[in-house]
Ligand binder design. Sequence first.
Ligand SMILES: [Zn+2]
Length: 91
Amino acid sequence: MKEAITNLFLKILGKKQGYCCKDCVKNLYSVMDGEATKDQEEYFRSHINECSPCFNRYEIDKSVKEVLKLKVEHKEVPSNLIASIKNKLNQ
Ligand SMILES: [Zn+2]
């Protein structure tokens, strides 16, 4: 299980360049951390509706955050969560 997660993160890091728009990356992290302004969030949400690479990235990063949170709290990471991240990475 631990190895599965490590491999997963390596794969995700390798895909970082796959992000289509530089602005999106900045916005993504602000939005996820709840630090985005209303404008940033609106821009981001309307952008991911039209931009599937960014949408996909957002979904992946969201799931990864969930995994990290569970790990920090020493909780079991559900295998279906890992499976869904892997699934998205392969899209
Ligand atoms: Zn984009």
